[in-house]
Design a binder for this molecule. Structure first.
Ligand code: ASP
Ligand code: CP
Length: 338
């Protein structure tokens, strides 16, 4: 695809070649993300960050990624502090905010809303999560992490074995990730969820028709015994009609060190898009895994900055100028010196 000036609304936009291009640019962002060098390539550019649902990682890492490229960030969080609360339409909001920004990231609780906003926007829009539909930048950073983690263990993406666990019905990260995984070869995908929260058939069919082996299960222990990646997810409480309904499923699949030791292979990588629900009635990834070297969740979150920097550099067409607008940093940064 042509990245310059494009919206990023769905992973369906990407071919395998596009993904490899994004990952190559993401690799080149490492000196900047690690504060070994600074670049001002996006000096004067403004990111409009509009988050109408709670977010820690996506909102902050999109903002940091833009700042690390030298741009400025303006934010709106929640409907209450936006004129949408006064009845303003997405169309008008998009027309107005795209006059103030060079690129916009948006999260919204309704599926399709970010695409609707983008159709009225005068600048590129990146989908930061639209309801239970998609979370494309998360899927890119998940895939980037999977690739890095399996390569470090001598494996490859093709023939990867992965278990996706939890609320696969409402989880937008697994929806987007499954579509990206379908682009690779001969995968073994195990989908573990309560029957009522199964992966929608269209995603399962997409994997199967691309030649991958898909196993559907509602049992955890055996499902994680033959995989390279365990990708755990949270029960998406905000998509249920009541907390009580979500409570029926919370805590159904818990991974802790004892279960990992008993059932997983010694090299199995543990991932989660985060936030993990650490309340005692959920606790899908126990804190006793925190010292497990195969727990990749924080490396995964860190990778979000690299991938989002790459997306901005490609959308604003400055990939070839990043280094020529850079210099060494003049402060001490701990991670750069690790
Ligand atoms: N943070 C991810 C999302 O917004 C996953 C989650 O919230 O469970 O989709
Ligand atoms: N993974 C993710 O989207 O996290 P946030 O909801 O905190 O943005």
């Amino acid at each position: 695809m042509r990245f310059a000036g494009s919206h990023v609304l769905s992973v369906e936009q990407f071919s395998r070649e596009d993904i490899e291009q994004i990952f190559k640019v993401a690799d080149s962002m490492e000196p900047y993300a690690l504060r070994k060098r600074v670049t001002r390539v996006l000096e004067g550019a403004i990111l409009g960050n509009m988050f109408f649902e709670p977010s820690t990682r996506t909102r902050v890492s999109f903002g940091c990624a833009f700042n690390l490229l030298g741009g400025e960030v303006r934010e709106t969080t929640g409907f209450k502090s936006s004129a949408i609360a006064k009845g303003e339409s997405l169309y008008d909001t998009a027309r107005v905010l795209s006059g103030y920004s060079d690129v916009i990231c948006m999260r919204h609780p309704e599926a399709g809303s970010v695409a609707e906003f983008a159709s009225a926007s005068r600048v590129p829009v990146v989908n930061g999560g639209d309801g239970a539909n998609e979370h494309p930048s998360q899927a890119l950073l998940d895939l980037y992490t999977i690739q890095k983690e399996v390569k470090a263990k001598g494996g490859s993406m093709d023939r990867l074995r992965i278990a996706m666990i939890g609320d696969l019905k409402h989880g937008r990260t697994v929806h987007s990730l499954s579509r990206l995984l379908a682009l690779y070869e001969c995968l073994d995908v195990v989908l573990v969820s309560p029957g009522e929260l199964a992966m929608p058939e269209s995603y399962v069919e997409n994997l199967r028709s691309a030649g991958h082996r898909v196993t559907v299960s509602s049992e955890l222990n055996q499902s994680i015994s033959q995989v390279d990646i365990v990708y755990s997810t949270r029960i998406q409480e905000e998509r249920f009609s009541s907390k009580e309904e979500a409570d029926l499923y919370r805590g159904r699949f818990r991974l802790n060190q004892a279960i990992y030791t008993k059932y997983c292979q010694p090299n199995t990588v543990i991932m989660h898009p985060l936030p993990r629900d650490s309340r005692s009635d959920a606790n899908e990834l126990d804190n006793d895994l925190n010292q497990n070297p195969n727990l990749a969740i924080f490396r995964q979150a860190d990778n979000g900055v690299l991938v989002r920097m790459a997306l901005f550099a490609m959308i604003l067409d400055v990939v070839d100028q990043v280094d020529s607008h850079s210099r060494d940093v003049n402060w001490y940064h701990r991670r750069a010196n690790e």
